[in-house]
Design a protein around this ligand. Structure first.
Ligand code: SF4
Ligand code: SF4
Length: 418
């Protein structure tokens, strides 16, 4: 047995009870109801890409380890040993052909949690050194950013000062600001790297009179995709420590699916009780629109718009109505996809797949069902509250000739501010 196989088996064992119980896989009755849920299967029709088949591959090793009948008669039960080749096949199943979208879970009468099982497999593969290198590098870079805070902070402050100048020019407001390191602010806003998640939000916060401070860190957490909870905690802790240091009342997470999901679910468990609330930017925008803190002029967005429910924001975090309320206030015509909300199709690039250029062909193919849904609406603008989904839908537009623009909710709301 190689070292990586031994590590993977040991890790799976340690995650068996804690995470999902790989034994849940044994509940599967092979009914096949989950089959038509998965965008990987729907876009390829390869039986190996059904949720059931992906878990079956893990289950066959699990049986060899835990089932006496399988140990005695592996051929009879279909049990197999974990080998280097099998680990490589698992990397494909768990990282390339599952975006952890949870759509199959909805349709399983036995409540088999395929993404949770494959999430445990991701963690085992990461420990065994079999995770995609790009995800490991991105997670490590985030941790390094905190260690080198003294090196990058001055540069970051300069970059934000430039953005502030742009903001003042754009809004015509000489007092518009992007505060950093502001103590006792109401909100610590955690964006992503890049101006697109900062400038429109700064426009809205300045107009609404929000007392806020921009985080020094980004909301994304690639270690979540690795199933590596120790690294994921270290990345999230940077923001938790910053919020405590600045004594803010609330941490507001930008439009990023996995960040919203992990900050609302895992972070309070890891570090709670916390002395601040955690909300999504979507909820804050919805509140501002509903309470009249910002007024929107629908004529600023005249083209028909549709909304893509990111799996982590919709199905996993239950945020369905708020974005639709904002879009109906900010645009002339809103057209929902069918199916939408909890039953919405994944864009095909979640759970870190979008970061892996080597697998771009896979995600473009897997985005086929989403591309069809978009075409059926006839919308000219697709709005989504996740940066990964935006990237993917932009690529889908090019690949499938959809000819749509992709915008965030904050961009649409900022355009419509009267
Ligand atoms: S979680 Fe999503 S991508 Fe993964 S097997 Fe289920 S339907 Fe397919
Ligand atoms: S729907 Fe559930 S029980 Fe049926 S094949 Fe899929 S995982 Fe197994």
């Amino acid at each position: 047995m190689t070292e990586s196989v031994a590590t993977a088996l040991e890790q799976l064992e340690s995650r068996r009870n804690r995470l999902v119980a790989l034994t849940a896989a044994n509940l599967c009755t092979r009914c096949g109801f989950c089959t038509e849920s998965c965008h990987f299967f729907l876009s390829d029709r390869d039986p190996q890409l059904t949720p059931f088949a992906k878990v079956e591959r893990v289950r066959s090793v699990y049986k060899k380890e835990h089932d006496w009948l399988s140990r005695l008669f592996p051929r009879f039960t279909g049990a197999r040993d974990l080998t280097e080749e099998e680990l490589d096949a698992w990397t494909e199943i768990a990282f390339r052909y599952c975006t952890m979208c949870e759509r199959c879970v909805l349709n399983c009468p036995m409540a088999v949690d395929t993404p949770a099982i494959l999430g445990a497999v991701r963690g085992a593969l990461t420990a065994a050194g079999k995770a995609p290198e790009i995800l490991v590098q991105l997670a490590d870079a985030a941790i390094q950013r905190e260690k080198s805070l003294h090196l990058f902070k001055d540069l970051y402050v300069e970059q934000i000062a430039d953005l502030e100048k742009d903001l003042r020019e754009k809004t015509g407001d000489p007092h518009a600001s992007i505060p950093i390191d502001k103590e006792d602010a109401e909100i610590l806003y955690v964006g992503l790297s890049g101006a697109h998640t900062i400038v429109p939000v700064a426009e809205i916060f300045n107009r609404a009179g929000t007392d806020w401070s921009l985080s020094l860190f980004e909301a994304s957490n690639y270690a979540v995709f690795l199933g590596d909870m120790e690294r994921a905690k270290a990345i999230a802790k940077r923001v938790v420590d910053e919020a405590i240091r600045l004594r803010v009342k609330e941490v507001v997470i930008t439009e990023c699916g996995h960040a919203i999901f992990s900050y609302r679910t895992a972070v309070p468990n890891w570090f709670g009780p916390l002395p601040f609330e955690i909300r999504s930017l979507i909820e804050v925008l919805d509140e501002y629109v509903s309470e009249g803190r910002i007024r929107l002029d629908a004529s600023a967005n005249p083209e028909p718009m549709t909304y893509h429910d990111s799996c982590s924001i919709g199905r996993k975090a239950g945020i369905f109505e708020q974005p639709r309320r904002i879009l109906k206030a900010a645009g002339k015509e809103f057209r929902d996809m069918a199916p939408s909300k909890g039953k919405s199709f994944c864009c095909g690039a979640g759970a870190g797949l979008v970061a892996n250029e080597e697998w771009k062909d896979t995600r473009l193919k897997a985005g086929g069902p989403k591309a069809e849904q978009i075409t059926e609406t006839g919308a000219r603008v697709v709005v989504t509250s996740c940066d990964n989904c935006r990237h993917q839908i932009g690529d889908l537009s090019e690949h499938y000739g959809l000819d749509v623009e992709v915008r965030s909710l904050a961009e649409v709301a900022a355009r419509a501010m009267a």
